[in-house]
Design a protein. Sequence first.
Length: 301
Amino acid sequence: MDILNRTKEICRLYNINPSRSKGQNFLVNEKVYGEIIAAANLTKDDVVLEVGPGLGILTAKLAEKAGRVIAVELDDKLAKYLQDGLANSEVDNIEVINENILDFDIKKIFSTKSLTHPVSRGAIHPSRGGDFKVVANLPYNITSVFIRRFLTAEQQPEEMILMLQKEVAERICAKPGDMSLLALGVQFFAEPEIIAKVLKEDFWPMPQVDSAIIRIRAKNKEQRALAAESAERDSAEAIFFRLAKFGFSAKRKMLKNNLAGGLHIAPAEAEKMLVAAGLNPKIRAEDLSVEDWKKIIEQRA
């Protein structure tokens, strides 16, 4: 039975009606599954946090390559299906947590407690070492919150392999000239790249837009550090995003005018900041890279 017919049959047997609001469009293309696995570059030393495992097709493939897979599933029916599947198999390196990923405590990955049942709302097995990888098929409505939460966490994933709407993936990977607050926010903390495009026909039910597989590799703290050595990292990051928010407050305006309004200074003073940073005084926020913003912050230090 091919993946499409298998998916439809499982949904029929378990009375699962895919919800558009939850982003439940199941991947039914074997080739794309292979691209996700290849992008994750897994070994038996890896711990994978899978978000939205759905019917568990990718979960099983991840478990073949990784040492452990922690699958966080919000939908009760899907979690029950995964529970039944694990109970009837000899797989011992998959753990399912029936929970909203936005409520998930990342520290559970490193808990010293153990599961007594394959589906849990509590702690999970300890991770070997401190690193883990995230693999997720994210609904549009939680994308930015999810990415920011994991990139700013005390215990960050080594990298994230995400399935996103194609337009969102392209925005995240934008270059100067097409930058946005989303792109800036991700690129401050990480290095994103698009791995492959995924057609809407590769899902059931078919969504309205195409998707893309994106890899987001977290930067280390040295790469993220701002030039203002006198500032603590957390306060420096706050300054960075405060200025960026001012910069993008009115997209059609020149950056100097947006900064002047946000900082309550004269446009001429804002212009001097840009010139001192080696930037064109007529530049707009979407034209700046992360490094350009750091140069501006040096002028504020």
